[in-house]
Write a protein that binds this ligand. Structure first.
Ligand code: SIN
Ligand code: MN
Length: 199
């Protein structure tokens, strides 16, 4: 099948210098708000590590998926770096800045199961997602779990926009090619997901 309407891939949106600068900005976020392995509502530890920047941060435990005002340590989430906001302003076609910048780190063997982004109250705003580091096989379907899916290879510097009909499409990451990119000193992949949470 082809990719759903409203899905846009901005191939190589960021050059290596911009990728390197953004990775440093994200490292600073993770120093202030350390990465953690969240648990699903079924008590299974996710293979990705994550943290957030912005007004709210995404969180998950046995009580379910939600946005929290603070990092689990009780510290506030750091502000979204300007390098990241610039990408949102370039590609989102949305007037306001995002509320949440979720930062996922994929180490060797990490992946993400098919899911919808639906913990927000603003489905008319797009989701913008930035890839840094190792390439990933991103797979996207439709708004029903049983819909056919299509895969796209996301490389360091690629940016995708999921808007319109694709905003609530199922998506996930089947695998990363660990160590294939020289961007991150220890290898792995960073995904930055920007979302408007409340309208
Ligand atoms: C996500 O859907 O939260 C992450 C997608 C990605 O890693 O590209
Ligand atoms: Mn998602």
């Amino acid at each position: 099948m082809s990719l759903p309407a409203g899905f846009t891939l901005h191939d190589a949106h960021l050059d290596v210098a911009a990728q390197t600068a953004m990775a440093a900005d994200l490292r600073a976020v993770a120093e202030a708000a350390p990465m953690f392995h969240p648990e699903t509502r079924w008590g299974k530890q996710m293979s990705v590590k994550m943290t957030s920047a912005g007004r709210v941060g995404w969180f998950s435990d046995h009580r379910g998926y939600r946005y929290e005002m603070q990092h689990p340590s009780g510290a506030p989430w750091p502000p979204i770096p300007d390098s990241v906001l610039t990408v949102w302003r370039d590609v989102s076609a949305w007037d306001d800045d995002p509320d949440c910048c979720l930062i996922n780190y994929y180490g060797e063997g990490a992946k993400m199961g098919q899911h919808q982004d639906k913990d927000e109250n603003a489905f008319d705003a797009p989701v913008v997602s930035i890839s840094l580091g190792d390439p990933a096989r991103f797979r996207m379907g439709g708004t029903e779990r049983s819909d056919k899916t299509a895969s796209v290879e996301l490389k360091s510097g690629d940016v995708i926009v999921m808007g319109g009909p694709s905003r609530l499409a199922y998506h996930g990451v089947d695998r990363i090619e660990f160590g294939a990119s020289p961007l991150l000193p220890k290898g792995g992949r960073i995904n930055v997901t920007l979302r408007v949470v409340n309208r």
